[in-house]
Design a protein around this ligand. Structure first.
Ligand code: AMP
Length: 403
């Protein structure tokens, strides 16, 4: 079975073509700056997916339809193509950011599903409309191929009301769907599944805290294979301190900023989403730069790193409390996979919770993959590289196989 995974943003289209019997990536790429005369197309095709075979070109790509057309042409290109015809594609799996309460699992796309995704647009106005465009162009260019929607929110739909409701007047939940949804669900689900498999445990009998630490950061508490709480909220702004997002703050700060500085809602939204987090404290949102700055003695960089780890520690404590028993802590994404110092800073001092990182093993971890805990640690600590595209392809395959 061959599955094309598509992740459409407002001006980009990322894709992966996977052969599912051996879960091999046949092609991978991205079209960026869609809508501009100098869009950038980057495409790697099998065999090897190596750098030398990367096709990179600037060209006009006026809309997403032109972008996907180009991608399909590259996939069947006589020279660098990996398929002889697009007829070999068995299904398309689309990443959709917000599925609201309508979608607890991956769904085959039809008009009704499209309408329900559209209904979720107000909850994710920057993402869902772009995802819908991706679905529409794929359905147009590959009309006979089944299309599936895999939602970033679906893994978190198992949260109980006590975890997903905000203590606001209940009518805001009923009338405006104001509640915690959580995001990065595909990543949390994937790394949880991989960790359980590596531990040789049944997912349904495994409790975990998963930490997706990239430019966006979120955590999930997973009990017996089901998410019971997560740090992002109605939007991805909530929870942990991130690259440029504040994460949790006192909501009254917003009124204070409005009153004292006369800032409007859009301005404050930009401030909290784009100018806060690590960047707000030390001026950079790139962990590698921040580490260099801290090593060079810049106090704000050191402070940003301390705040980042401290806030994660507090969430680990909270999730230990709600889970009761934790079998494993799973680190993933750019920082979680690569920054051994962050993992050490986060886990140090948590021995009382049965979490004992092995600093040497953690530092020496090769291939960004494997356990990093001491033998005596009650809770296993693992690094698992995330693979959202593969998870989307697996969900799509499972849906088609179920029929
Ligand atoms: P992501 O959003 O998953 O791509 O992660 C982006 C974040 O990961 C940025 O803050 C990067 O600085 C960070 N990152 C990537 N590679 C490394 C590395 N080798 N060491 C530390 N941080 C890294």
């Amino acid at each position: 079975m061959i599955i094309l995974v598509i992740n459409t943003g407002s001006s980009s289209l990322k894709y992966q073509l996977l052969e599912m019997e051996h879960e091999t990536v046949l092609a991978v790429g991205v079209v960026e700056r869609i809508g501009e005369r100098k869009a950038l197309v980057t495409h790697k095709g099998h065999p090897g997916l190596d750098q030398e075979k990367t096709f990179e070109q600037e060209q006009a790509v006026m809309d997403h339809r032109a972008g996907l057309h180009l991608v399909l042409d590259l996939i069947v290109d006589a020279e660098r193509g990996v398929l002889t015809s697009t007829g070999e594609i068995d299904a398309v799996g689309h990443r959709v950011v917000q599925g609201g309460e309508s979608f607890q699992q991956t769904r085959l796309i039809n008009n009704q599903v499209m309408a329900a995704i559209r209904d979720c647009n107000p909850l994710a106005p920057l993402h869902n409309p772009a995802n819908l465009v991706g679905i529409e162009v794929a359905a147009h260019l590959l009309p006979d191929v089944p299309q599936a929607a895999v939602f970033d929110t679906e893994f978190h739909q198992s949260m109980p009301p006590a975890a997903f409701l905000y203590p606001l007047p209940y009518s805001y939940y009923k009338d405006l769907a104001v509640r915690r949804y959580g995001f990065h669900g595909t990543s949390h689900k994937y790394v949880f599944g991989q960790a359980a498999a590596e531990m040789d445990r049944l997912p349904a009998q495994t409790n975990a805290i998963t930490l997706h630490l990239g430019n966006g950061c979120s955590m999930a508490a997973v009990k017996n294979g089901k998410c019971i709480d997560t740090s992002m909220g109605m939007t991805p702004l909530a929870g942990l301190m991130m690259g440029t997002r504040s994460g949790d703050i006192d909501p009254a700060i917003i009124f204070h900023l409005a009153a004292e500085k006369g800032l409007g809602v859009d301005h404050i939204s930009d401030l909290l989403n784009k100018e806060s987090g690590l960047k707000g404290i030390c001026g950079s949102n790139d962990m590698r730069d921040i580490r260099r700055q801290a090593a060079a003695g810049q106090a704000r960089a050191t402070l940003a790193l301390e705040m980042f780890a401290y806030r994660i520690k507090k969430y680990i404590g909270a999730y230990c409390a709600v889970l009761g028993r934790v079998d494993t802590l799973v680190f993933t994404a750019g920082i979680g996979e690569n920054d051994c110092q962050a993992r050490e800073d986060i886990c140090m001092g948590l021995e009382g919770l049965g979490i004992e990182i092995d600093p040497e093993l953690n530092r020496k971890l090769q291939n960004r993959h494997g356990p990093v805990h001491r033998k005596t640690s009650r809770v296993q600590i693992r690094v698992v590289p995330t693979n959202e595209e593969l998870q989307i392809a697996r969900e799509t395959k499972a849906l088609l196989t179920r029929g």
